[in-house]
Design a protein around this ligand. Structure first.
Ligand code: WTA
Length: 646
């Protein structure tokens, strides 16, 4: 395999401030110690499992590993809802805010640990009354309302694995996921709010459930109050069922390897994969990482902007945060409603101290203009995080300067649906950061850059990111498909996990993630990450956002096509194209110079904010798209790009 060439040169280094270092949950010495014990991952993680979680029964052996099958803390018994709720409700935290919720129209709800304790037990009893037993699957198809977190925790309380289907998916996608998991009950809402308008969910569930033989009941939260059809004998309103449910439901004592949830994620081909996570290892991983990486303290107001329908919401809106007894903010709607400053308004009003979001959101805010964050008092913030894709250094610098006022460490966290929790990340009081690098592995996590044959690639050359030892939050399988699990993740190298990302390390051992392997272009025999070209484009003052794809080219194999969104007020003309070509040549080299630049007002994105490169590739090639577009945020963007093409 020709190495993936890394052409980005980023030299800036940011050290944690002495003030931050002094108060950090983990200091340099702790991290050194933990890394040492993490050489044997089971030693470090066993210590964390004991320290951070409450167990009903201790485990016998921390790790049983026969690749690709891992068992963490098997024989140990615990309950996730007990760890996330009961132990706090039974302490001084009883009246502390567990969830601060804000609806898009501006309505709010603050739920204390004591209240959460009651509601989770009540909903556990509702599920039981609908015939849900330990091991049965429950599908959750909901907007960002507190009942979603309550339903998740209730599932964990009785040992019924949940399968959350993001509310933006179509009825068809919901049906496929319900059938793949064989879910018994669906929990949904009449609808939710987005961009100032109510949208309906229950009708989609009705449509999906025309062909879901396993579904016995549908529970619906009343959120919008829009007229909603209910079917006798199958459908119940959340509030009716809760009104008569007892608030006493003891937590089930579950084995550490009991299935906790299934979350579907799309592969490059074929149907979505149901990623399976289990109880003890997953909770150890997300609780420990949340405490160390977000430096969670009792006084913090923590806000992760991800929808709970994605893994980031599972691990770092709900489980990892509540297990630490912290306060988590949940926001229902779009970042720009009613105005472009909604996020900054939320931070100011609630006094958010820790803010975790995605690079795509950051780039959107850059485009909207600095006046919006500058119009708010963001001085409560003390730590910033990034997740979901590589953050380009210019966005990192803006985040640091404009949002963090140069005093907040930034944790750029690399991980996946499959890894369950964060794997590569700075520790904010102990690791110097470099804009664009996720820095180093978390203690107890082992990663390397390998070539196709499994040989380690020497820095600074690029290659394939690999996780070389088991970790507690690792996926335990693909629901109902052992073969695909093995083939997708464990067949490239023996006993080593293949995440599908390209990366390289620098002389300090820092990891620089270059994006998915299928986003890597081969230009005249050089493999170049799309992200590096994008990063170069975005570093130009006149560019707000850029996406780069490859299209087949007779001479160079692949030609680079760049879709560029200029900043407001910039004239997108031939002269600017020339300037940008010169700029990329200067930043990276002529090899990375786009063959074509197309200007666009917006890029097609999924609702989780990822640029849909597959669509851009089709547009660049002048092809009709045949793939699934159900997760596309705004279809008009694509229509417009195509129209420009004619
Ligand atoms: C990408 C999201 C660079 C990566 C938690 C990974 C990142 C995929 C980062 C997983 C990061 C996530 N830097 N790339 N900090 N975080 N990615 O399953 O390509 O939605 O494989 O999980 O996102 O996406 P997923």
């Amino acid at each position: 395999m020709a190495d993936i060439e890394s052409l980005l040169k980023e030299k800036r280094v940011f050290k944690p401030s002495p003030e931050f270092r002094k108060q950090a949950n983990w200091n340099k010495k702790d991290v050194r110690e933990f890394r040492k014990s993490g050489e044997k991952p089971e030693r470090f993680w066993a210590k964390m499992a004991k320290e951070n979680l409450d167990w009903f029964t201790p485990w016998k052996k921390a790790l049983e590993w026969k690749a690709p099958n891992a068992k963490w803390f098997a024989g140990g018994k615990l309950n996730v809802s007990y760890n996330c709720v009961d132990r706090h409700a039974n302490s001084w935290r009883k009246n502390k805010a567990a969830i601060i919720w804000e609806g898009e129209p501006g309505d709010t709800r603050v739920i204390t640990y004591g209240e959460l304790h009651r509601e989770v037990q009540q909903f556990s009893n509702v599920l039981k009354s609908l015939g849900v037993k330990k091991g049965d699957r429950v599908a959750l198809y909901m907007p960002m309302v507190p009942e979603l977190a309550i339903a998740m925790l209730a599932c964990t309380r009785i040992g019924a694995p949940h399968s959350i289907v993001f509310g933006g998916f179509s009825a068809e996608s919901l049906r496929d996921r319900i059938n793949d998991a064989g879910a018994k009950v669906v929990v949904t809402a009449d609808g939710g709010y987005r961009r100032g308008e109510p949208f309906a969910l229950k009708p989609m569930v009705d449509e999906a459930c025309e062909a879901t033989p396993t579904i016995q009941a549908i529970v619906t939260v009343k959120r919008t109050g829009e007229p909603t059809a209910m079917k006798d004998g199958r459908d119940v309103w959340w509030h009716d069922a809760m009104a008569t449910a007892s608030a006493k439901c003891p937590p089930a004592k579950l084995d550490a390897e009991h299935p906790l949830f299934i979350l579907y994620t799309s592969g490059t081909t074929g149907k979505p994969k149901g990623i399976l996570h289990t109880t003890g290892g997953y909770l150890t991983h997300v609780t420990t990482t949340a405490k160390a990486i977000f430096d969670l303290k009792d006084e913090d107001v923590y806000w992760c902007t991800a929808d709970i329908g994605w893994i980031t919401g599972h691990s770092y809106v709900v489980y990892g945060i509540l297990a630490n007894g912290a306060t988590t903010v949940m926001y229902e709607g779009t970042p720009t409603h009613p105005g472009p400053d909604r996020f900054w308004d939320i931070i100011e009003r609630w006094g958010v101290t820790i803010f975790y979001t995605a690079p795509t959101a950051i780039r959107t805010f850059i485009r909207l203009g600095d006046e919006h964050p500058k119009g708010h008092d963001l001085s409560s913030l003390r730590l910033l995080g990034s997740v979901g894709e590589p953050i380009n250094p210019e966005a990192w610098i803006w985040y640091n300067k404009v949002i963090g006022n140069r005093k907040c460490p930034i944790v750029d966290t690399w991980w996946q649906t499959e890894t369950g929790g964060i794997m590569i990340t700075p520790l904010p009081g102990a690791v110097d950061t470099k804009p664009g690098s996720a820095t180093l592995t978390f203690p107890g996590v082992h990663a390397a850059i390998l070539d196709e044959d499994g040989n380690e690639v020497k820095p600074p050359d690029g290659g394939l990111l690999a996780i070389t030892k088991p970790w507690p939050g690792m996926l335990r399988g693909i629901w109902g498909d052992k073969k695909r699990f093995k083939e997708t993740y464990w067949s490239k190298w023996k006993g080593t996990y293949f995440p599908g990302d390209g990366a390289h390390r620098d002389k300090d051992g820092y990891f620089w993630i270059m994006g998915r392997i299928d986003d890597v272009m081969n230009i005249s025999g050089h493999r170049i990450g799309t992200m590096e070209v994008e990063s170069a484009l975005v570093s130009h003052d006149d560019v707000a956002e850029a996406a780069v794809v490859g299209r087949p080219d007779e001479i160079t194999g692949t030609a680079i096509v760049a879709f560029v969104t200029p900043r407001g007020g910039i004239n997108a003309d031939e002269a600017m194209k020339k300037t940008l070509l010169g700029h990329v040549t200067k930043e990276i080299g002529a090899i990375a110079k786009p063959k074509e630049i197309r200007f666009t007002d917006a890029l097609p994105k999924t609702r989780s904010g990822k640029i849909m490169r597959r669509l851009l590739r089709d547009i660049a090639e002048g092809k009709e798209s045949v793939g699934d577009t159900t997760t596309l945020e705004d279809y008009s963007v694509v229509a417009k790009l195509r129209a420009d093409d004619d």
